[in-house]
Design a protein around this ligand. Structure first.
Ligand SMILES: [Zn+2]
Length: 457
């Protein structure tokens, strides 16, 4: 879900991001034969990181990082840094597409077509959105192929051939049309009914809709793309369910998702509430992670759940959205005064204004990139610490950080991390784990540790 999410509107961008924000890594796939970006799949605890009286946090961290072969590190650095430029290119392409639609009056033409088909306003809005989504999808398609297919294959992160990939793109277009259709029709309805205060009500509805989609996605949207099945391996599920119970999570079942259908990335999540509560591991994690690593990752995901990150995240994004809508209201009025006639847009209640909304929203989100990343990264750090505590697997956690380093730069500079990272860097995660290990080795309870620390009782 890359370019298009920015394309059609700020809200959908938020909706699509929300789904990803919860997972330690985004769900995408890996075949039996590991691609050439794969980090060493069996990670041992290096001698410098073994518990003992001479344990040193920095030495242990560096010993873990040294397990990554230089050429693998160069490759994942290149992949991740390329992502910085993609943020800029996606933004610029989005701006150009919006300006084309407005200045060539294609947007006005699409509205006119919708008005010829029906007199019923909400249906007009929906038809306009369908035209808009199809047209912008076609315009940015070369970039979508590069970003979502060619580049992913080049770095060994994708597992789909072009046909199935295209099929997934088509499905996400349909999902975007349904979800985008619902929220766009509602928002334009609000704008037309409440032309002065629409931005307040619009923001509230947008935030509520976003939360709603986040809630239904694991049950109704993810299965459109992947198969989710109960995991029946007690060796894996029993320790996870024990950890869940120890953390007050009432889940009864563990599921697996066949993320390897699309990518090699490892991921997991805890989702739902009450009876829909479920723990889901992706098959890449199951196949490649050691038991300690799986527990560390599940501890992290349980952290998101126990720490109510869905709710605090909704509040943070709510603030971002309310401010965004206020700026949007001002930006729309100002722009339409300047160029509204030229673009043949009648006002903010006219659906033909949508490319301008997208343009202003993408400027807002582009500028806010470091702020949004920092909000998410802060929660991820909280989940990291919760997960290490809950699982008591600092080495498993370090191993997971290295596996996730297949598509993330391990050791960024501080400014780089602040701007671009939506998770703590691998370096910082391993350092956190080793710090925890140094200060809590007594808790780990292995005979060697107890002996080493002289804590016999
Ligand atoms: Zn996370």
């Amino acid at each position: 879900m890359s370019l298009r999410s920015w394309q059609f509107c700020s809200l959908l961008a938020v909706i699509l991001c929300a789904g990803c924000g919860l997972a330690i890594a985004q769900a995408q796939p890996g075949p039996g034969a590991l691609p050439n970006t794969a980090m060493p799949s069996v990670l041992t605890v290096p001698p410098e990181a073994q518990a003992g009286p001479n344990f040193n946090v920095d030495a242990a961290t560096n010993a873990y990082l040294a397990q990554i072969p230089a050429e693998k590190r160069a490759k994942s650095d290149a992949y991740f840094e390329g992502g910085y430029w993609l943020i800029l290119w996606d933004f610029l392409i989005g701006v150009v597409v919006s300006l084309l639609l407005l200045n060539l009056r294609w947007s006005a033409a699409m509205r006119n077509l919708a008005e010829r088909i029906t007199r019923f306003k909400p249906i007009q809005t929906f038809i306009y959105l369908a035209e808009y989504l199809v047209l912008t999808t076609i315009l940015v398609f070369p970039m979508t192929v590069y970003e979502g297919y060619s580049r992913e294959h080049k770095y060994g992160l994708a597992t789909q051939t072009f046909g199935p990939w295209l099929n997934d793109q088509f499905k996400s277009l349909l999902v975007g049309l349904v979800l985008g259709g619902i929220i766009t029709v509602i928002l334009f309805g609000i704008v037309r009914k409440l032309p002065r205060t629409w931005w307040i009500w619009g923001a509230i509805v947008a935030v509520a809709f976003n939360a709603f989609v986040g809630l239904i996605a694991p049950v109704y949207i993810f299965p459109i793309f992947n198969k989710i099945t109960p995991l029946n391996d007690p060796k894996v599920t029993q320790p996870i369910l024990s950890m869940a119970r120890a953390n007050g999570i009432v889940a009864r079942d563990v599921y697996q998702i066949d993320a390897s259908k699309q990518s090699t990335r490892m991921s997991a999540n805890v989702s739902g509430m009450g009876n829909t509560m479920r723990i889901t591991l992706n098959d890449n994690l199951l196949r490649r992670g050691s038991p300690e690593e799986i527990q560390a990752v599940m501890g992290h995901e349980m952290g998101h759940y126990v720490l109510d990150h869905v709710y605090s995240g909704t509040i943070y994004f709510g603030i971002v959205i309310v401010v965004g809508f206020a700026l949007l209201a001002w930006g729309l009025d100002w722009s339409l005064q300047q160029w509204g006639e030229k673009w043949q847009i009648r006002g903010i209640g006219d659906t033909a204004v949508l490319p301008l909304v997208v343009l202003l929203a993408s400027i807002y989100f582009f500028v806010l990139t470091p702020v949004l990343n920092t909000i998410v990264r802060t929660q991820e750090h909280e989940a990291d610490m919760y997960g290490i505590n809950a699982s008591r697997q600092p080495d498993g956690f370090a191993q997971a950080a290295i596996h996730l380093g297949e598509y993330r730069k391990m050791s960024p500079g501080p400014v780089e991390e602040w701007i671009f990272y939506d998770h703590p860097s691998g370096h910082r995660r391993i350092h956190d784990a080793m710090q925890w290990k140094a200060e809590n080795m007594k808790l780990m309870g292995t005979p060697q540790n107890r002996e080493a620390l002289g804590a016999g009782h």
